[in-house]
Design a protein around this ligand. Sequence first.
Ligand SMILES: Nc1ncnc2c1ncn2[C@@H]1O[C@H](COP(=O)(O)OP(=O)(O)OP(=O)(O)O)[C@@H](O)[C@H]1O
Ligand SMILES: [Mg+2]
Length: 449
Amino acid sequence: MSLKAPIFAGRRPWFFVTLTLSCFTILAVTFSLWELVEHHYFRDLNYLTLHYMYITRGVTSSILVGIWATWFVLRERRRREEQLEESCAHYRTILDHVPEAVVLCDAGFRVAEWNEAAERLYGVPRQQMVGQVLTTVPLERWSELEEAAARAAEDQRILDKETERRTGDGGRIPVAVSYSSIPPSDSRPRLLVELAQDIRPRLRDRERLLEVEKLALMGQIAAGTAHHLNTPLTAVLLQVELLRQQPAPDGGNMTELAAIEQRVRFCQAFVQNLLRFARRPQMRRKPLALCDAIEAAATLFRPSLALKMASLHIDLHEILPCRILGDPNYLEVAFSVLISNAVDAIPREGRVYIHCSLKADHQAEVYVDDSGPGIANELLPRVFEPFFTTKPAGQGTGLGLSIARNLVQEHGGVLQLQNRERGGLRAIVSLPLLEGPAARESRREEVFG
Ligand SMILES: Nc1ncnc2c1ncn2[C@@H]1O[C@H](COP(=O)(O)OP(=O)(O)OP(=O)(O)O)[C@@H](O)[C@H]1O
Ligand SMILES: [Mg+2]
């Protein structure tokens, strides 16, 4: 079905008036000229010849009028066609610039128009759809569409209704649709207008919001629980310490005591992580040298590295003069999480390498590389989820990375993880720097372990 109106549709009296008048003028001029010529040159001809001349005059003027009328009508037709083409092109341009997928269809849901956004959304070209029954509506959604069409026909507008549509490749996408109806005219039937918008980003935001709400609630519960557990755990640790100092007469079992202590310490670390996770950090920001925070964090891991006979290589030359507005304690916690993960991941005699680079717009990137196994690609998107851990029960809380990410974000930065081509994992911390260098003298390259 086409939306083009017939070329001579509508009443246009001026057209017929002009045509009639011009035909009369042609007749009048031809007759007068003929009369003049005849009067001047053929006045003495006999009756029969004059009779033939009259007939010739009639035929000639009819032919002239016919030619003129045909030319006039054809010219008008061409002009109209051009106008129509132009207005169609104009209308198509407007339709193609609508950001939503616009589909126009008749009462039998045959597509009359299909704009570029619809081509992009459904992945079906216009030529394929125009004239076809809508194929984008899943079977179970037809009743919805019919109801919407009926309501739209009664001039009720349906706005932003969330539903599903099928794409050309057989997939399904969530969309928000709005309906309205274009009343019928002499040349075309009533048309249903469907505007559809991809709502995948909207749904993602909604999910994220729900997640945030859930986390906030979980945080509150966690903070309460952690607070209550912290005191008895500290008391248990003290008791363990006391028991160790007063050996039992029968010798007691020191190994069991050590095991109890280890588990209680894990519970305490878990509780402290929970508290860190639940509380929004109260930052005390000040300008500080970024290398200091990284080095302070790295120093904490000397003993664990020594135990694994592993090496830690730090090269912070590039950011040596750089300062950042941050809280030294929280920055240290964030880097500790990353280094601790790296230390946990590396094998015996493994290697951790901390280095950095300066980026445009006063940004620094700090890399914590390790020679561990890296993270399976399917797990990468999950590692920032609170409580996600691949460590055996009792060894990892799964809160480290989510705490580190929160802290980096609080400093206006971004934390990313990626597997290195040569094996192992790279944690990338991008942080905004303060302008102007800090005066520093110490050497920022060292190897220990
Ligand atoms: N450097 C790394 N190499 C390999 N896997 C890693 C690395 N860093 C993190 N991961 C993976 O990400 C998971 C989540 O890390 P996260 O720090 O949040 O928790 P965790 O280390 O398991 O527990 P915790 O931090 O309490 O010790 C880890 O269990 C591990 O599977
Ligand atoms: Mg960790």
